[in-house]
Design a protein around this ligand. Structure first.
Ligand code: GSH
Ligand code: FE2
Length: 431
């Protein structure tokens, strides 16, 4: 059993066996606190067995069961009281020791004895990841982002406004420019609805983000930049997508250098949304350039994972790859279990209402394409399903606009704008 001394009074440990309690008493521990709820795994002794072992060893015992996501102030208070009231040294344990240390550290921060900024380093110093404690504190301070989703029914896209409730800074993610392919008409009904929300909530637009160059709808990034002055951003591999499609559209003059956006993000880049930290996770597979925006406890995963009952995004567009998609999904699922995941599309399976929010935990347990599936099986299933999917109806309309940062083609001499379509360039026609 790994025991880590945190202070003169407190050590934390991984799960002890009842048979270890005698030795704990011999080593000088006067008390044990178990912060692990019963029934987390089958080999766990549980509260009753631990209480009995503590009695037999003459050690005081307390049970303060918590899970990372549901710690309350009352739990923190109970843990601190036990520590204060006990004269001798205390061993606190959960499964790994992290939750026990989290309870201690939260008590210290709430009592003003430790600064929030020092929590992560404090944990690292003992070999523990205390980022969950930081998230708890952020949640308490109202520092978690507010996320508003706007569903666009024509293409089943979800557009987001994510905001810092304290500073009112916000980012718009994946806005849609309305397009009616039958008449060739464009409109800004959805983008204007986003702007109306921004105004009503008193928000300040600081970023306009795209998760990838979309293949099924036109991006409203350029329109919203013109309206708000906010900078646009996308992943740096948008340049590779430009190079690919510049060839397909035969546009030799088109600059495939990413200059159409104000910022090209690299993997691991960070940014601030008001007082909330943001971070970029490259997540290729659906497209070469796909990225995930992690903002506070929210991750905008777009076309990687859909809702658990819909599985995952396709990986057969030019530059797409099912194996990369698998790897990207694993990176997303390595985020903390309570991370809120916001998907980019919902196609309303079996006609249910549109939904877009899940968590890492839910996806791991129940995603149709992922839960209990290994890489090889996923790749086979994904590739087989992709062979049955026709190309999105707007792929040729959308990419020439989206690779240009959401700008429509310049008007011709008669004042009209025209799109260009290659013939016989893509596979997937249903004959
Ligand atoms: N029927 C839609 C299909 C759009 C589509 O292919 N969506 C992509 C995301 S951009 C996807 O992953 N679809 C998964 C699926 O259709 O199963 C259209 O024509 O627009
Ligand atoms: Fe997509």
């Amino acid at each position: 059993m790994r025991i880590v001394e945190i202070t003169d009074k407190l050590s934390v440990a991984e799960q002890p066996e009842p048979a270890d309690f005698g030795e704990l008493a011999t080593r000088g521990f006067a008390a044990v606190v178990n912060v692990r709820p019963d029934g987390e795994d089958i080999r766990q002794p549980g509260n009753e067995a631990e209480a009995a072992a503590a009695r037999a060893a003459g050690v005081r015992y307390a049970f303060v069961p918590v899970t990372g996501a549901t710690i309350t102030r009352a739990d923190i208070g109970a843990f601190q009281r036990f520590l204060t009231e006990e004269d001798g040294s205390v061993l606190a344990h959960c499964k790994s020791g992290t939750r026990a240390l989290t309870l201690y550290v939260l008590g210290e921060v709430l009592a003003g004895r430790m600064k929030r900024q020092d929590v992560v380093d404090f944990g690292n110093g003992f070999g523990f990841d205390l980022s969950g404690a930081v998230r708890w504190l952020e949640r308490e301070e109202g520092r978690l982002p507010v996320v508003k989703g706007f569903y666009e029914t024509r293409t089943g896209s979800i557009q987001y406004v994510v905001s810092d409730p304290v500073t009112k800074a916000c980012a718009i993610i994946d806005p849609v420019l309305d397009f009616d392919e039958k008449s060739g008409a464009t409109a800004t009904v959805h983008a204007d609805a986003i702007l109306a929300y921004v105004r009503a909530e008193g928000l300040r637009v600081e970023w306009i983000f795209d998760t990838h160059p979309h293949a099924d709808h036109l991006s409203a990034a350029a329109y919203l930049k013109a309206k708000t002055g906010a900078p646009t951003a996308i992943g740096s591999h948008a340049k590779d997508v430009q190079a690919l499609w510049k060839g397909i559209y035969n546009l030799p003059e088109f600059p495939a250098d990413g200059s159409q956006w104000d910022r090209l993000f690299e993997d691991g880049d960070t940014f601030k949304l008001g007082g909330i930290d943001g971070r970029i996770l490259f997540s290729p597979g659906h497209t070469l350039a796909s990225i995930t925006y992690v903002i506070g406890d929210a991750a905008f995963v777009h076309d990687t994972l859909f809702m658990p009952d819909s599985g995952t995004a396709r990986a057969d567009f030019p530059g797409g790859d099912a194996r990369s998609l698998w790897a990207s999904i694993q990176r997303i699922l390595a985020l903390p279990e309570e991370t809120r995941l916001f998907t980019g599309h919902d196609y309303r399976p079996h006609g249910r209402n549109a939904k877009w929010e899940s968590t890492v935990g839910e996806q791991m347990r129940t995603n149709l394409h992922i839960a209990g599936v290994d890489e090889e099986t996923f790749v086979k299933l994904r590739e087989a399903r992709d062979r049955t999917l026709p190309m999105p109806k707007l792929i040729l309309h959308a990419l020439q606009v989206n690779m240009n940062g959401g700008r429509l083609p310049e008007p011709e001499i008669n004042g009209k704008r025209y799109l260009k379509f290659p013939l016989d360039a893509l596979e997937g026609a249903p004959w």
